[in-house]
Design a protein around this ligand. Structure first.
Ligand SMILES: [Zn+2]
Length: 331
């Protein structure tokens, strides 16, 4: 019998304290020690901030570590727990999934104590960290293959009250897009599990394959806005500037708004994220590499909509996701 997951320090310690979340060893790897920062200023909101759920999305770990620099000073009340890299195995490998078991941490919640490495991480987070929070910010980004505006994402939640609270929290980031995503594959998501436990769960997203200073500043500003709205820090929430604009849109994307690649090839985007398109407008061109003809396949908008995510890198296989469209949220 291996040891149980545990923290190496007491989260109730006042002020800033640091230690590790220990994920027990299993047959596939040794025990893992995840750095944890606990900022305890007493009564108030209880927030858990996680990065590195997907290992090739580095904005989250970077912004989480930037928060550790200024939040201990700025925080006026409540409790914040920050885990910059909840899947260190994937972050080290710069891969979406955990290399040793091939699993996506964001599909195995609440995890299993006797499972593989990814499942043991989810189990430790579910048992020891999630119960300590009422609100969770899970900091993702779109990874190296998709362009995506700075955004916060949530999924439709059956509990109307939790849905309304979650949407209010999401909009408090004041990022260019708040997206309610009717996603086809939500089983085992950290989001879904946290929602089932009555938590407000916000997933921050950011596009692009490279980490840049401007993008990080917008991302961090969004998190700071949310911290202000929660009442954890003082200050005034402001829309960050994105493409010379300070604005925000709340959109929804349905399963039917996803366009898939008709064949293998190189996708050439002809539109950018947040562009409005009319039915029949050209969104992109797919160049099949095997073809001797110069005929490329034109990908057009099936309906009047807004481009919310578009393939920006990598050769695509047939039936892979290339474009997500969206429309203003109609509650
Ligand atoms: Zn992600």
């Amino acid at each position: 019998m291996s040891e149980a997951p545990h923290l190496t320090f007491d989260l109730d310690t006042p002020g800033l304290s640091t230690g590790h979340l220990v994920v027990p060893k299993g047959s596939d790897c040794e025990a893992l020690s995840l750095p944890v920062f606990s900022l305890n200023k007493g009564e108030g909101p209880r927030l858990l901030i996680t990065g590195g759920n997907h290992g090739n999305e580095l904005e989250g770990p970077i912004v989480a570590r930037r928060l550790v620099e200024w939040l201990p000073e700025a925080q006026t009340c409540g409790r914040v727990i920050i885990v910059p890299e909840i899947n260190p195995l994937a972050v080290q490998a710069w891969t979406r999934n955990t290399p040793i078991d091939g699993k996506n941490l964001n599909r195995v919640f609440p995890g299993r104590a006797d499972g593989s490495a990814t499942e043991r991480i989810a189990d430790a987070v579910s048992r020891l960290l999630l119960p300590m929070a009422d609100t969770v910010f899970d900091l993702h980004s779109a990874g190296p293959t998709m362009d995506f505006p700075p955004a916060v994402i949530t999924h439709p939640i059956a509990d109307a009250d939790l849905m309304a609270k979650t949407l209010r929290m999401a909009e408090a980031f004041k990022l260019p897009m708040t997206l309610v995503w009717q996603y086809h594959d939500t089983l085992g998501m950290f989001d879904t599990w946290a929602h089932s436990q009555g938590k407000v769960f916000i997933c921050a997203e950011f596009g692009g394959g490279t980490v840049g200073a401007e993008a990080l500043a917008i991302y961090e500003a969004g998190v700071r806005n949310a911290l202000i709205t929660l009442g954890l820090v003082e200050g005034e929430a402001e829309y960050p500037t994105f493409r010379q604009q300070k604005s925000s849109r709340t959109l929804e994307t349905l399963s039917s708004d996803l366009l898939r690649s008709p064949t293998r090839g190189i996708f050439e985007p002809r539109r950018s994220v947040l562009d409005e398109v009319k039915q029949g407008d050209l969104i992109g061109v797919l160049h099949p590499m095997e073809s001797l003809s110069a005929d490329s396949i034109r990908v057009r908008a099936p309906t009047t909509s807004i481009v919310c995510m578009i393939r920006s890198g990598g050769h695509v296989d047939a039936d892979e996701e290339i474009v997500y469209l969206a429309r203003p949220l109609n509650l």
